[in-house]
Structures are given as C-alpha cells and as structure tokens.
Design a protein around this ligand. Structure first.
Ligand SMILES: Cc1cc2nc3c(=O)[nH]c(=O)nc-3n(C[C@H](O)[C@H](O)[C@H](O)COP(=O)(O)OP(=O)(O)OC[C@H]3O[C@@H](n4cnc5c(N)ncnc54)[C@H](O)[C@@H]3O)c2cc1C
Length: 409
C-alpha cells in the first residue's frame, strides 16, 4: 500500500469502530479509513460474545453505559429491522435462587425502572415457570426488552454502509506506531504508512497500548478476562426457552454464568470470567510472556488480586472442573446434568483496571489533540455500539472541527 492521506483513521474493526465510522460518514462527506489488524472484521470481542441485546437493567442510572445501552438497544432493533438482520426480542428472566438474593434483585428492578425500561415484571416461583418451565427460584424478574442477535452480522452491515458512503476498510493492517509530523498523524501499519488529520482508537483488547503508541497515557490497563462457554446438547435444549440469568454479584461487571438461546440456534451456557494469559487468549494453552508480564508488573493487577483472589481462584476451579460449572448453572435449572453440556467457544473481555486496582465500571472515552480514545468498552458495548458511535461522531464533529455536516471534504 502506498502512503495515503485521510481526514480520519479509525483503529479497530470491531462493532464500536465500525459503528463510529458509519456514524461519521452518515451525514458528512469525509475521507475515512478503518484499520483492522486481523484479516477479518469482528475477530475478537464482537465476534465471540453472547449475542445478547441487553436491555439496560444493570447499569448505574445516569452512567454512559445506562444511556448508550438503552439508546443503542432501540437503535439496534430499528437497524436490524431496516437491514434485515436476523434478531428476536425474546425477553429474559433473572432468577433469585435464595432469599438472600432478593434485595439485589429488587435493586436491579429499581435500576431498570430508573433507566426507563418498560414492562418489567416481578415473578413468583410459579410465574418463573410460565416463562421458563425448567427454571427454579424463590423470585424472578422478567425483562421483556432483552433480545438476541449475531453481532458479526451487524458489523458486516455497518461495514457495507461505511464503504457505500465512501469509507475505506483495510484488514490485515495492524497499527504499529503513530508519530506526529506537523499537522499530520503518521500511522505505521503492516501495510505501510497511513497519514491522517485525526485518529479514533477503538482497538478493544489493545486500546491502552494503542493510546500509548499515540503518546497518550491512558491511566489504566486492559486486563483480559476470558469467558468460556458450554452448549446444551440438542436433546436437552428444551430445558431453556430463551435466556435465564442469575442475580449478579454487584461488585463485578460480569453477570454470572447463564443460559442464552442463540439467534442461529442452540443454547449456550456461560461465560465464566478467568484471567487470560494472553490478551487474545481463547484457551488456557494460549500464553504470551509479554502480556503476562504486562499484567504482573501492573500495581493495579496486584491490588485487584488482593481484593478478589478468592473469586479468581473459584473461577479458575470452575473453568477446569466441568462439575463445578454444572453446579453453578444447576442452581438455575436443577434438572441439568453434566452430560447435557459440551464445550463451546470462548471470548475475551477487555476490562480496564485502574492503578488502584479498581475495575473501571463505566465506558471511558477520552479526547486528546486530534484524537479520541475508547479506553473501556466491555459489555454491553455491542448493544450500545450504535449510540456509542453516534456519541463519538458528535464529539469528533466538535473537536476535530469538521464544520457542518456535508461541508467537510
Ligand atoms: C465473552 C463475551 C461476551 C459478551 N457478551 C455480550 C453481549 O451478549 N452483549 C453485549 O452487548 N456485549 C457483550 N460483550 C461485550 C462486547 O462484545 C464488547 O463490548 C464489544 O464487542 C466491544 O467492541 P469493540 O469494537 O470495542 O472491540 P473488539 O470487537 O474487540 O474490536 C477491536 C478491534 O480492534 C482491532 N485491533 C486491536 N489492536 C489493533 C491495532 N494495533 N491495529 C489495528 N487494529 C487493532 C482488533 O483486531 C479488533 O478487531 C461480550 C464480550 C465478551 C468477551
């Protein structure tokens, strides 16, 4: 590739990068390139997630997560209808299996109401079975606005829009270095140099490193948490009609192992949350010395471990011991037996951790000179992507000085 010049370069061809690029091009003429390291789009978090369209139930009212999840969910349903993307608004049940989980379930109901969710229904043990005949609990919450979709398909349609609106997408084009030369940012990639006026970092599991390449200290580090799945064998898929979730531990951003019907068929169980020894480490055997040392030399990692080592060890045990995984899921569906499950895939979450050891709870988007960096976009960022993309495009419009829509060349 010879040296090329663009108004905007978006780093990362996951759903957040693609939604951002599509939004930027939707109302402006702009020379824009998306630089994706892998030879296909949606290769990491976006292509290996649970495929759930989250309602917005869990997130702190007023947070960026709450706003963009609710807006993004509605935008996503519209987008799927308009572009013929297979999806279903099937609803889900969150089940309290013990009396002591009821206050946390009530808190979720309160948060859901504060976030504007419609149609939440508190469930008695009998009512849980109206929705999920094989689930058992002391109380439940039905959330009708939850749905399922395949996020790889959504990303593909966004990519089509980007190209139709004049954008360029380069795959197999990992960003290696970024330097400023006068008014330009010169981006060194596997395919040569790309120069741009403005840059948007949507690099997911690598976003903190990409920020550093750009000379921006992100003030956090991505710690990769692998989420492993099993799937129900076909003969036992009748155990789950749609989506069955536990009441999550409010200290963590992860939702606890649950059952999810997939839009393309089948039912997945998981994901757990184990520390990965490689940022893109989808199995225990995937090990990167650099990534491991990077985590082990980070004070935030040790502070996190000091607080949550017990939970971490339990997650590792459950990852290596199928019976423990089945026991966790069997709290929701007591008829479940080990033979009902077989191993399925895994995804790795990009969770930002502060030097204090605090897990960054909200999405984090920061601006620097001619740059915007997305530094924390874990779940529900796939659901929220259309709204995140719009938010970034608005920010870019102001801080990159594009002028009025359609005026920029
Ligand atoms: C197990 C799991 C389950 C989840 N379930 C759900 C769910 O059901 N619903 C939901 O809403 N969310 C879910 N999420 C979260 C959701 O998948 C992510 O929040 C979302 O996909 C983030 O998108 P992204 O574009 O930021 O990141 P990614 O999809 O990871 O994309 C980042 C891209 O940047 C590229 N990249 C990295 N470094 C470079 C570089 N140097 N140069 C060029 N390109 C680079 C990568 O190759 C990658 O393609 C889940 C996540 C996981 C891991």
């Amino acid at each position: 590739m010879s040296s090329s010049r663009y108004e905007v370069a978006v780093i990362g061809g996951g759903i957040v990068g693609m939604a951002t690029a599509a939004s930027l091009l939707s109302d402006r003429r702009l020379s824009l390139v998306v630089l994706e390291a892998e030879n296909r789009l949606a290769a990491h978090q976006t292509g290996n997630n649970s495929g759930v369209i989250h309602s917005g139930l869990y997130y702190k009212p007023g947070s960026l997560k709450a706003r963009t999840c609710v807006e993004g969910r509605e935008a996503l349903y519209r987008f799927c209808r308009e572009h013929g993307v297979n999806h279903e608004q099937c609803g889900k049940v969150v089940v309290a299996v013990h009396e002591n989980e009821i206050p946390a379930l009530r808190e979720l109901e309160r948060r859901g109401q504060a976030n504007g969710l419609a149609g939440l229904r508190w469930l008695s043990p009998e009512a849980i079975r109206e929705y999920e005949p094989h689930a058992t609990g002391v109380a439940g919450l039905f959330v009708p606005e939850t749905g399922i979709v395949n996020y790889k398909q959504v990303t593909q349609v966004l990519a089509q829009q980007v190209v139709e609106n004049g954008g360029t997408i380069l795959t197999g084009c990992r960003v290696r270095q970024v330097c400023r030369k006068g008014d330009e940012l010169v981006v060194e990639t596997d395919q040569g140099e790309v120069s741009c006026r403005n840059l948007i970092n949507c690099a997911g599991l690598q976003c903190d490193r990409v920020a550093r390449l750009c000379g921006v200290e992100p003030g956090l580090k991505i710690v990769p948490f692998r989420g492993e799945y099993y799937e129900l064998v076909p003969e036992r898929q009748f155990l789950v009609k749609n989506l069955i979730y536990p009441v999550p531990d409010p200290r963590f951003p992860f939702l606890g192992v649950h059952f999810t019907r997939m839009i393309e068929g089948g039912v997945e169980a998981g994901p757990n949350a184990v520390l990965a020894f490689k940022r893109e480490g989808y199995r225990w055997s995937n090990f990167s010395l650099g990534d491991t040392l990077d985590a082990l030399t980070y004070p935030g990692f040790w502070r996190l471990s000091a607080n949550y080592w017990k939970t971490g060890l339990l997650e590792c045990y459950r990852s290596l011991n199928k019976r423990a995984f089945v026991t966790a899921l069997g709290r929701l569906v007591p008829e479940l037996k080990p033979d009902d499950l077989r191993p399925a895939g895994a995804g790795v979450r990009a969770q930002a951790v502060e030097p204090t050891g605090k897990l960054v709870d909200d999405f984090r988007i920061v601006e620097a000179e001619h740059m915007i960096h997305v530094l924390n976009a874990p779940s529900p960022a796939a659901t929220a992507a259309l709204s995140i993309g719009k938010t970034i495009a608005t920010l870019a419009g102001k801080s990159f000085g594009f002028g009025q829509p359609s005026e920029a060349a």
